[in-house]
Structures are given as C-alpha cells and as structure tokens.
Design a protein around this ligand. Structure first.
Ligand code: GDP
Ligand code: IMO
Ligand code: MG
Length: 422
C-alpha cells in the first residue's frame, strides 16, 4: 500500500481540514507531516464548527489513528488546549493520537523570537502567525532544537535552559522586552501533561501499517505557495509544504507515495504579507471576503482575496505531482453575475507567460483575465455533479482541461454534507 497525500495548492486555507475529515473514514491513519500551530483547519458537522491547529483532522472519526509526524513543530501549550476542547467528545486518546518523539518543540522563547524578528523587519514583515514556527525550524536546522522525546530525559531542564539562554541573548541584543516566567509556567504544566500521551517513533507506525495494506493519508498544512523552497520567498513559512515534505516529515519513501490530492479554492486568498498577482483591492475583493467568510482560522485576520490564478496553480500541480484535484468553495461564486480567472501573467517587459517568474516580489505582474458568466443560484439542492448548473459544470470542465488533472471532489459549503464526489 502507498500513502496518499492531501495538500493545499494556494496560500493555505483551501479547506484541507474539511476534506481530510470527509476522507478520513477510508483511512487507518491520518498524519500531519509539517508546520505546526500556524495552521487552522476547520471541520463542520452536526451544527458544530471545530478548528484544529496541531491535531490531525481525522480525530473525530472513530477507528482512525491520528499521527503528528517528525516534520511538525509542536507547541505543547496549544496542544493541551486543543485536547481540552476535545474532551466533551469522548475521544480515546490512547487509541487515536500518536506523537513523534522526533517532532521539534516550540518553546515560549521561540514565540518571543518570532515577535522580535517580525518587529525588527518593520514594513517588510512576513505577517507570521507569531506561533514561533520560523525560530523553531531555525533551531532544528542549526541542530540546537529540543525534540518531544527529550522531555522524558533527565537533562531536559538543562537542555531547555541552555537553549533559552541563547534565545535571551538574541532578544536582548534586539532590545526586545519580554516576560519569560509568565509564559514558562503554562509551558512546564503542558510538558507534564505531554508525558501522558503516546510518544512514539511514528515512522514505524506509518510503514508497518502500509506493509499490512492499511491506508495512510498525509494531511498538509499551509499551501504550496508558502513552501520554503518553491513559495513566494521570503514571504513563506519555514517548512516544505509540498509532497517531498511527506517523505522527510513522516519517514515515507518517495516510492511509497500514492495519490496526491491537490486542493484549491475556486478563487484565491492569502493572509499575511507578500506578492499576490490576482489580488482584488476593491469592492469585488471585499465581496469575496464577505461571501467566503475569509477571516483567518488561527489569527482572525481578514484574508486578502482575488481571482483564481492558473499559472500559480499549474506550478503547484507540477511541483507536487498532483494526481487528483479538489475544488472548494464554489458556492461563494453563487453571488457573482460574472467572475474571472487569471490564465497568464503579463510581465513588465510585455512578455505574456503562464510560468512563474523567479521572483514574484520583484516582478510587476499584470494578470491576464478570462471572464465567465456566473450561475447566480444556490447550490443547496444539488446532490450530484450532474445537478449543478450548466455554467458551473462548464467551468469545472474548463479547469480540468487547463490543469490537465481530474477534479474529483467539489465542495459547495462548509459542512461535511456539502461535498460532491465524482
Ligand atoms: P484549511 O486551513 O485548509 O483547513 O482551511 P480553513 O479551515 O482555514 O479555511 C477554510 C474555511 O472555509 C473554513 O471556514 C471552512 O469552514 C470553510 N469552507 C470549507 N469548504 C467550504 C465550502 O465549500 N464553501 C464554503 N462557503 N466554505 C467552506
Ligand atoms: P493552514 O494550514 C494561511 C502564513 C502566515 C504568514 C506566513 C508565515 O490553515 O492553511 P508562519 O507563522 O508560518 O511563520 O507565517 O505564512 N501562514 C498561513 N496562511 N494558512 C495557514 O495554514 C498558514 N500558516 C502560515 O500568514 O504569511
Ligand atoms: Mg487554515
């Protein structure tokens, strides 16, 4: 058996949480492989809305094992809060949640450093979620980080103090004001709680399951255009959000990757700073935000909105080796008489291309738009693909031709039920 993957093709918030929850009953294991509490994955069912930050989106499905892989950076305080919120649902954590001993710990001082670096950047700030993601991955790569497995070792406190001493030197050199004791107390409480969880070598769990033909689904966080290598650098996150991240973040060999589901919205959004070629800074952008309730699941910030960007989508499909597409939030376009799609970029020297330029930040890109007539009707009564309005069916066929991949799932509302499988 091979591991399937589901990941975002845009700048995050494509609807990964909803679809992972929908697909989870078909899988034995749902595994996060990168990112951390910068993610906010929303699930809606039975009239309730749940936002998960670090816990995989299979957690509400009985019989599903949820794994947090070695590629993830974990904040124990946020993790404990998330689990506290889940306690009314009677989830058996011993059976359904497993955390890699090799995952890196986000310390309170990593969060302070994130805020300190952002402050020092002034107008050039990344727009980080301030969850300490960048500084934690920085320490991992510098071989200074503390891993989940270290919390049970006798010298954990010493390792912690040594690293925090280094962080304090940096914070002081920036003249950054902070109150460490205040944030350390909940951290050590959460560490004690963490010791009661299943802390394991998740790479064995994943590979042993595949060996006996059990199905594994890797759940991406963020989106491909926020990838540290292929995203709009430096306005990116600090991990590989693309398919290769599954190999390094879970210990799955490249030859064991199966289907790659690429998920995208029928339009585009972005939170935080950085280039966004199809952004609409006008009433149409505001309307997309209102209709799509586009406010961050993690920070509550308004999301920037714009039309679907085919050059960027084609790039993400190429990098990820996407086999199947999932299109989200088509219902948001119900309210539009017409809508547009960017087919090409016009560069400052007049070149028209559907390839991504080296540096999106440097290029003055003018999107070349193709306009579509909307369907202007509710999709509530549509129970299958054929019952969709003709304008929507035509739009899906157009995208499949352009993107050279089949659109297998179409989502027409936030609830589990509002999902059309083809
Ligand atoms: P994720 O980070 O990729 O899991 O996405 P988020 O949860 O951050 O953002 C997606 C938002 O869109 C959430 O509020 C979902 O409840 C909502 N959503 C998901 N699918 C649909 C859909 O098809 N239509 C509408 N209107 N909302 C959706
Ligand atoms: P999900 O999984 C949307 C963005 C931040 C910022 C940049 C770097 O819900 O799709 P970081 O805190 O990672 O250092 O921030 O990345 N960002 C996201 N945007 N969805 C996310 O996750 C994101 N995680 C990070 O806004 O621009
Ligand atoms: Mg999100």
């Amino acid at each position: 058996m091979k591991a399937d993957v589901i990941l975002g093709l845009q700048w995050g918030d494509e609807g990964k949480g909803k679809i992972v929850d929908c697909l989870a009953p078909d899988y034995e294991i749902i595994a996060r492989f990168q990112g951390g509490p910068n993610a906010g994955h929303t699930l809606e069912f039975e009239g309730n809305k749940h936002i998960l930050h670090q816990i995989p989106s299979g957690i509400f499905r009985p019989h599903t094992k949820n794994l947090v892989g070695n590629g993830v950076v974990l904040d124990p305080v946020i993790f404990k809060n998330e689990l506290d919120k889940l306690s009314p649902f009677g989830i058996n954590l011993k059976k359904s949640l497993f955390v890699s001993k090799k995952a890196q710990l986000i310390l309170p001082s990593h969060r302070l450093l994130d805020a300190c670096y952002e402050k020092s950047k002034g107008d050039n700030k990344i727009g980080s979620t301030l969850k300490g993601i960048g500084p934690t991955y920085q320490d991992k790569i510098a071989r200074l980080g503390i891993r989940v497995g270290d919390i049970i070792s006798a010298d954990f406190e010493k390792k912690y103090r040594d690293l925090v001493d280094q962080h304090e030197k940096i914070l002081k050199s920036y003249g950054f004001e902070y109150d460490l004791p205040e944030v350390e107390k909940p951290f050590f409480e959460a560490i004690n709680f963490f010791k009661t969880l299943n802390l394991v070598d998740t790479e064995y769990l994943v590979n042993n399951s595949l060996k006996v033909n059990k199905k594994v689904l890797a759940e991406g966080a963020q989106g491909s255009l926020l990838d540290i290598d292929f995203g709009s650098y430096p306005f990116v996150t600090s991990s590989n959000t693309t398919t290769p991240g599954v190999c390094t973040g879970l210990g799955v060999a490249p030859s064991r990757i199966g289907k790659v589901y690429g998920i995208f919205k029928a339009y585009c959004t972005r939170v935080g700073s950085g280039p966004f070629p199809t952004e609409l800074e006008d009433a149409t952008g505001d309307k997309l935000r209102e209709e799509g309730h586009e406010f961050g699941s993690t920070t509550g910030r308004p999301r920037r909105c714009g039309w679907l960007d085919l050059p960027a989508l084609k790039y993400a499909i190429m990098i990820n080796g996407v086999t199947d597409l999932i299109m989200m939030k088509v219902d948001v376009l119900n309210a539009f008489d017409t809508f547009s799609v960017c087919t090409h970029y016009e560069l400052s020297d007049g070149t028209i291309t559907d390839q991504m330029p080296y540096d999106l930040c440097e290029e003055e890109i003018k999107p070349v738009l193709k306009h579509f007539k909307g369907w202007n009707q509710s999709l509530e009564s549509c129970e299958d693909f054929d019952s969709f309005p003709k304008a929507l069916i035509d739009y899906v066929h157009y995208l499949e031709t352009e993107l050279e991949a089949p659109i297998r799932i179409i989502s027409a509302g936030p609830d589990r039920r509002q999902t059309i499988f083809r």
